[in-house]
Design a protein around this ligand. Structure first.
Ligand SMILES: *Cc1c(COP(=O)(O)O)cnc(C)c1O
Length: 428
C-alpha cells in the first residue's frame, strides 16, 4: 500500500473524510489525495517523495510560489516577537495602509482570518448600513460557508432558493436571491420587484469557484448602475481575484468601483488573513464606531500579517504581474492548442495568475455552461497529469493558479506532459 493511501486511511479514522476541507478529498476525481510533505517555488513533494509541478497554489495564496524565503523569514521574525497579543500592533496599520494604497475603492479595511469571515461580515455591514435584509448572489459564485450564502437557485426566476447544505434552515436563506451570472436583466427584475429591500449584491467579479468565468462586457457596469440607482451596496468578493487577477484585482482591470471589497488568500501569503473594506462612510458602521458587530480573537494576528505584508511588498516589484500574466496565458493557450490538435473539445482562459480549462468547445459564461463540460474526460486528464508529476486542482469546477516561481521552462514541461496525456484521452 502506498504511503499516501496509508495516511489517507489513517486520517479518515480521526478526521471526517480524512481532510479538513472537502475538495482536498479527491471525491470528484476519485483516487487518493497526495499528502504534502513540503513545497518550494512551483513544486510540492508528497509523502512518497514524489515531486509535482503545482497549479493548486494552496487554492490561491501561493502567488509567489511556495515558501518564498523572504516571506518565511518575516514569519520567523514575527514569531520570535510573540504569536498573538489581542492588542493592536504597528504591522496591522502597515498592512491596512498597503491594501488601501493599492485598492482605490478601499478607504478603510478591517482584518479577519478567512474569506468566509470577510464576506459574512461585509454582508452584515451592508444590511446594517442600508437597514435592508435581502441580498443578491449569483449561481456558481462561492463566498465561503456562511449559512445565508449556501444556497442555489430555485426552479424559477426570483423563486426561493434551496440550501446547498443540510443544516441550513430555509428561514436562513429566505432573504437570499440567487440569479444567473451574467444575466443583468434578472438583476434589474429583482430590483424592480424589491426596490427598497435589497441590501447588497455580492459577486465574484471574475468567478473562480465554478472553474473560471468572466463577466460579459457591461455586466459589472450594469450592477454598479443598478446598485447606485436603488441604494444597494455593491460588494466585490475578491477573496480569490484580489492581487491575483491583477495588481488591483478585478476592480483595477475593469475600472469599476465597488462599495465594499472582500479579500483573503493572497493577502495572507499562505497564512490565515482575510479583510473587508471600502467606503469610509459605510465602514463607520462597524463596531466600535457603529452598531454592526464584528470581532475576532486572532484578527490581525502578527505572524499572519507579517506573511501578508511581505507578500504584498514583493508583489509590488516591477514586472511581477506582466510576467505572471504571460506565464499563465502561455499555459492556457498551450493547453488549448495541444488538446485541440489531439481532436478534443477543449477551451481555456486566463487572467493574471489564474486560469480555467474546460472540456467543451467554447469558454463558458455561466454555471449552466460550465456544467456542460465533460467531467469524465477531465477526471482522466487530471489523473494522467498527476501520475506524470503535475498537480492540477482535483475538480473540473475549480480555477487553477500559476505563481511567480513558475518559469517558462515549468510551463513548457507541463505542456509536453499534457500533450502526452491528451493523446491517451483521444485514443481512449
Ligand atoms: C476561497 C473563497 C472564499 C472563502 O475563503 P475561505 O478563506 O476559504 O473562508 C470566499 N470567496 C471567494 C471568492 C473565494 O474564492
Amino acid at each position: 500500500m502506498s504511503r499516501n493511501s496509508e495516511l489517507f486511511d489513517r486520517a479518515a479514522k480521526t478526521i471526517p473524510g480524512g481532510v479538513n476541507s472537502p475538495v482536498r478529498a479527491f471525491r470528484s476525481v476519485g483516487g487518493t489525495p497526495r499528502f504534502i510533505q513540503r513545497a518550494k517555488g512551483p513544486y510540492t513533494w508528497d509523502a512518497e517523495g514524489t515531486r509535482y509541478i503545482d497549479y493548486v497554489g494552496s487554492w490561491g495564496p501561493a502567488i509567489l510560489g511556495h515558501a518564498h524565503p523572504e516571506v518565511v523569514r518575516a514569519v520567523q521574525q514575527a514569531a520570535e516577537n510573540g504569536l498573538s497579543f489581542g492588542a493592536p500592533t504597528e504591522a496591522e496599520i502597515e498592512i491596512a495602509e498597503a491594501i488601501v494604497a493599492r485598492m482605490p475603492s478601499m478607504e478603510q479595511v478591517r482584518l479577519v482570518s478567512s474569506g468566509t469571515e470577510a464576506t459574512m461580515s461585509a454582508i452584515r455591514l451592508a444590511r446594517g448600513y442600508t437597514n435592508r435584509t435581502r441580498i443578491i448572489k449569483f449561481e456558481g459564485c462561492y463566498h465561503g460557508h456562511a449559512d445565508s450564502l449556501l444556497v442555489k437557485a430555485g426552479s424559477g426566476l426570483l423563486t426561493f432558493g434551496n440550501p446547498t447544505s443540510s443544516g441550513v434552515p430555509a428561514e436562513f436563506i429566505q432573504h437570499t436571491l440567487v440569479l444567473d451570472y451574467n444575466d443583468l436583466g434578472a438583476v434589474e427584475s429583482a430590483f424592480q420587484k424589491y426596490p427598497d429591500e435589497i441590501a447588497c449584491v455580492i459577486i465574484e467579479p471574475i468567478a473562480g469557484n465554478m472553474n473560471l468565468v468572466k463577466p460579459r462586457p457591461g455586466f459589472l457596469e450594469g450592477l454598479r448602475e443598478l446598485c447606485t440607482r436603488y441604494g444597494a451596496v455593491l460588494i466585490f468578493d475578491e477573496v480569490m481575484t484580489g492581487f491575483r487577477a491583477g495588481p488591483q484585482g478585478v476592480q483595477g482591470l475593469t475600472g469599476i468601483t465597488p462599495d465594499l471589497t472582500t479579500l483573503a488568500k493572497v493577502i495572507g501569503g499562505g497564512m490565515p488573513v482575510g479583510a473587508f473594506g471600502g467606503r469610509a462612510d459605510i465602514m463607520a458602521h462597524i463596531a466600535p464606531l457603529g452598531s454592526v458587530y464584528q470581532a475576532g480573537t486572532l484578527s490581525g494576528n502578527p505572524v499572519a500579517v507579517a506573511a501578508g505584508l511581505t507578500t504584498l511588498r514583493l508583489l509590488g516589484e516591477p514586472g511581477f504581474y506582466e510576467n505572471l500574466t504571460e506565464r499563465t496565458s502561455q499555459l492556457a493557450v498551450g493547453l488549448q492548442e495541444r488538446a485541440r490538435a489531439a481532436g478534443l473539445a477543449f477551451s481555456a482562459d486566463s487572467v493574471g495568475g489564474m486560469f480555467g480549462i474546460y472540456f467543451r468547445d467554447t469558454v463558458p459564461t455561466s454555471l449552466a455552461e460550465v456544467s456542460e463540460s465533460d467531467v469524465e474526460l477531465f477526471r482522466k486528464f487530471f489523473h494522467g497529469m498527476l501520475e506524470r508529476g503535475v498537480h492540477f486542482a482535483p475538480s473540473a469546477f475549480e480555477a487553477g493558479f500559476v505563481s511567480g516561481a513558475h518559469e517558462a521552462t515549468h510551463i513548457e514541461e507541463t505542456l509536453s506532459i499534457a500533450e502526452e496525456v491528451f493523446a491517451t484521452l483521444k485514443s481512449a
